[in-house]
Design a protein around this ligand. Structure first.
Ligand code: F6R
Length: 611
């Protein structure tokens, strides 16, 4: 949450910072700010609203702002204090000698604020981050690294920070605890950011700071220490995203681009991981032999939002293929309810960003309980990826749109592979394994087929864009797809949408059905289809408009609905992916017709690093 960029080096800092902020805006977009240092001191500009507003102001300025070679910038998702210009970062110390940008939450900010107020400090904002700036400055005696080190020892909470001092132009000090900082290593320059997408235009060589790391950076010189251990060495790694991967590439929105990238993203996810000969999946990152796999008697899947919905599909697949119990738990619930995790259980954490606070805390809780823990993560080098010794990277490429699309379908494809791997160790025959493996390999082609119907889906969307409410219903594997369809619609179009098990409709929600309450029914072939068709008849009998997601050529299902979206024929376990893609396009077009800010839905931020 919130985006940080910092630059020191040979170029003018401001364009690098603004372009970095634009790349990071998906992390938060309620206000933005920039500060530069030079021999003339510190200059700060900030503005409520989106990065474009800030860019408009600063790009017209010349003088120090245009010429400085060192600077920091921030795009905010408000936690403490409303999204006003005063609350925007960067924040200064009491005397304006130190300036910083901060992600995370300083939990003891009230105590610190009261202490400084008693000393006569005045605060300009309501933020915990400004308190941190005062704290750093109170320790400053000419060495920013020492001041930040001393300050952080007094802090409770989480932070990813980048600081500058008036008396050390050209120097950045960065530190992390619970909120990511990546240091991009260039020629005679260094770019720091809260995630790699702001860096890849300049360099692919990056160091991911660990918790408690603090670094002093000047030009291309980077000295890293640990708050408690002194100097440490961190090996740079290569960011394998192409610079274009984080651009819109001609699409109107990142979300649409990412929807269309899915055949490639899923191909990248499954490439080299399917063994057709043995009818299994090769998931070496799990680091589990068949013998160890057999010993696992229960899978506990944790995640939040869309990642949790993917987990629900994983639960169905693991029980269906491998006949071992699987359960999904919302990560925050898992961490706080003292879960029972046995020695024969494996906890699988799912997170696109690898930074979601609740999922990370669930991972830590599971590790604490001595469980086998693995993670399914997209962002390489993210905290969850680094804290779990077993894991599978999705390789879906950067997901910039706040609404998750390609990460979801890559997660689901991976979960099918995990289920297959478990199943082969537990009970599935080679022949059955080969059959499932072939179906998993077909998923990119199934998605291609749905993408070709984009124009038809756009036409259907026009019939549903004016409603204020909607139900999504499904059974079996299609139930989590209904949940995900509803989540996608509400987050980007602001239509109130609920996902229900089709059988559950009669137990209350049916009371809401009338002609202004459309039902989107997952009616594709497979177990339960007949029953959902009956539920659709019940909806129609109550005048609810029905849009069905049906299997191509299924005339009976078509006749039951007012409108349909067709997906190719395939087993229900793999149909979840094309069905989800169809619903992504439906939500996208509805939101577009309603004129919504699709890539930056109100109140949301990608990567929820606070509880
Ligand atoms: C919805 C969405 C969120 C995320 C959730 C978890 O489209 O993107 O619900 O799925 O915030 O994020 P990750 O997967 O990064 O842990």
């Amino acid at each position: 949450m919130c985006g940080i960029v910092g630059y020191t080096g040979k170029r003018a800092a401001m364009p690098v910072l603004i372009s970095g902020l634009k790349k990071l805006e998906y992390r938060g977009y309620d206000s933005a700010g920039i500060a530069v240092t030079s021999d003339d001191g510190i200059l700060i500009r900030k503005q409520s609203g989106k990065v474009a507003g800030l860019a408009e102001i600063v790009e017209q300025e010349d003088g120090m702002l245009a010429e400085a070679h060192t600077g920091i910038a921030h795009t905010r998702w408000a936690t403490h204090g409303p999204p006003t210009t005063l609350n925007a970062h960067p924040h200064e110390g009491n005397e304006g000698r130190v300036v910083l940008v901060h992600n995370g939450i300083i939990e003891n900010h009230n105590d610190l604020r009261n202490r400084f107020k008693a000393q006569g400090h005045t605060f300009k904002s309501d933020t915990d981050s400004e308190v941190l700036a005062h704290l750093v400055e109170s320790h400053y005696q000419g060495d920013l690294l020492e001041a930040v080190t001393a300050a952080l020892k007094e802090v409770e909470g989480t932070y990813g920070i980048t600081c500058m001092a008036k008396d050390e132009p050209g120097v950045l000090v960065v530190a992390r605890s619970g909120s990511p900082i990546v240091i991009g290593l260039g020629d005679d320059e260094t770019i720091v950011a809260s995630d790699a997408s702001a860096i890849i235009t300049y360099t692919r060589q990056a160091i991911y700071l660990d918790d408690n790391d603090i670094a002093r950076i000047e030009g291309s010189k980077v000295d890293i220490r640990s708050l408690d251990k002194g100097a440490v060495s961190r090996t740079p790694s290569e960011i394998d995203w192409s610079p274009g991967a984080a651009e819109k590439g001609g699409y109107e929105h990142y979300m649409l681009k990412e929807i269309f990238e899915q055949p490639e993203a899923i191909s990248n996810t499954i490439r080299g991981r399917i063994d057709l000969n043995r009818g299994t999946a090769i998931l070496s990152g799990l680091n589990l032999s068949p013998r160890e796999l057999v010993a696992i008697q229960r899978l506990l899947i944790v995640g939040c939002g869309t990642s949790m919905n993917a987990g629900l599909i994983g639960e169905y697949a693991v029980e269906d293929f491998a006949a071992i119990p699987a359960e999904v738990e919302q990560a925050a619930e898992f961490r706080y309810r003292n879960p029972i995790v046995g020695s024969r259980d494996m906890v699988l954490a799912i997170s696109q960003s690898g930074e979601t606070a609740d999922t990370l805390a669930a991972v830590r809780e599971a590790v604490e309980k001595g469980s086998l823990v693995a993670a399914l993560v997209n962002v390489v080098g993210s905290t969850i990826a680094r804290e779990t010794s077993r894991g599978i990277y999705l390789h879906a490429g950067p997901e910039i749109s706040v609404a998750s699309t390609k990460a979801f379908t890559s997660q689901v494809s991976t979960l099918l592979m995990i289920a297959l791997k478990f199943a082969r160790a537990h009970r599935l025959s080679r022949e059955q394994g080969i059959k499932i493996a072939k179906e998993i390999e077909r998923i990119p082609e199934l998605v291609e087929a749905v993408l070709k119907t984009n124009d038809q889906i756009s036409e259907v969307a026009a019939h549903y864009a004016h409603y204020n409410n909607a139900f999504f219903i499904g059974r079996g594997y299609m139930y989590p797809v209904a949940l995900e369809g509803a989540l996608k619609l509400k987050e980007i179009s602001y239509i109130h949408a609920e996902g229900y098990h089709a059988a559950e409709l009669k137990h209350g929600p049916i009371a809401l059905l009338e002609e202004s309450m459309p039902v989107i029914a997952l009616l594709n072939e497979g177990p339960g289809q007949e029953k959902t068709l009956s539920n659709v008849a019940e909806c129609k009998a109550r005048s609810a408009p029905v849009l069905g997601v049906i299997t191509e050529g299924d005339e009976e299902a078509r006749a039951a609905c007012d409108h349909v979206i067709e997906i190719p024929s395939c087993p229900q376990y793999s149909s979840v992916v094309p069905a989800a893609v169809a619903l992504q396009l439906l939500s996208y077009h509805i939101a577009r017709i309603r004129g919504c800010a699709i890539d930056q839905p109100r109140n949301l931020a990608k990567s929820v690093t606070v509880e």
